[in-house]
Design a binder for this molecule. Structure first.
Ligand code: SF4
Length: 254
């Protein structure tokens, strides 16, 4: 695969605690193939924007934080997020391969709306895959993201096979009241994750409205304006409905 030496980075968060274990430097890549109606980083979606970096510049920038990554006593390191980092696959590969070779723990936050070739190329350099499932019902997935979920679910199954029972796959599920917490959606989700063999945990995230101001600034409107933010009660109800999944259930913040 050809290596592109420049990438578009929306922003870098130096002390993230929500996107993977320990204290992490979170690198938000610009660009995403999906068009989620609830996107809280809608300014990351366009293919171009943010700042241009070379691999050297980006590595130098994130490695400045190296001293923090071990302080928590867990596996701190770098999380690549976005947007979706797989949208710039060559730059992503070069970046995480370089960090991996310096023993940096790498987490990727992705929807897996990408090719199997990209998944296979970055596989050796990723320590934890955080993959968000947007909706298990195809029509509702299309409504929420603009695309069918068939390709994404196939990619998750493929990744699960590649991981060969190593617990490196965290499935994230956004609890959107009235949309993703229906009985039918949760039954399908439970059946899907229960068949996966390489799960580290399933993480439930409450839908929040804190990204709405970006929609208003960019488009003057927000597609899910009639949907309320999820409360702890919503998340607890989903956790109860998923009590039978054979994995650790986490609840987190978006
Ligand atoms: S996958 Fe993430 S970044 Fe992309 S549109 Fe959906 S919520 Fe936004």
């Amino acid at each position: 695969m050809k290596i592109f030496n420049r990438g578009y980075i929306h922003s870098i968060e130096t002390l993230g605690t929500l996107d993977g274990p320990g204290l992490r430097t979170v690198v938000f890549f610009q660009g995403c193939p999906l068009r989620c109606k609830f996107c809280h980083n809608v300014d990351c979606v366009a293919p171009r924007g943010g700042s241009e970096y070379t691999i050297d510049e980006l590595c130098r920038r994130v490695l400045k934080n190296k001293e923090y990554w071990g302080v928590s006593g867990k596996d701190g390191g770098v999380t690549v997020s976005g947007g979706d980092p797989t949208y710039q696959p060559e730059f992503l590969l070069a970046f995480i391969r370089r960090l991996h070779n310096q023993n940096v723990h790498i987490v990727i936050d992705t929807s897996l709306m990408t090719s199997t070739k990209v998944i296979e190329s970055i596989l050796p350099y990723v320590d934890l895959w955080m993959v968000s499932v947007k909706h298990m019902e195809e029509k509702k997935h299309e409504y929420l993201t603009g695309f069918s979920n068939k390709h994404i679910l196939a990619n998750i199954r493929h990744l699960d096979t590649l991981l060969d029972r190593k617990p490196k796959l965290r499935i994230r599920y956004l609890v959107i009241p009235g949309i993703t917490d229906t009985l039918s959606a949760l039954q399908l989700f439970s059946a899907f994750v229960s068949k996966l063999k390489s799960i580290e945990s399933v993480e439930l995230l409450p839908y929040g409205t804190y990204g709405v101001h970006k929609w208003i600034e960019m488009y003057g409107t927000y597609p899910l304006s009639k949907v309320n933010a999820a409360t702890q009660n919503h998340v607890n109800a989903v956790a109860k409905a998923l009590a039978n999944v054979p994995f650790q259930l986490r609840t987190g913040n978006t």
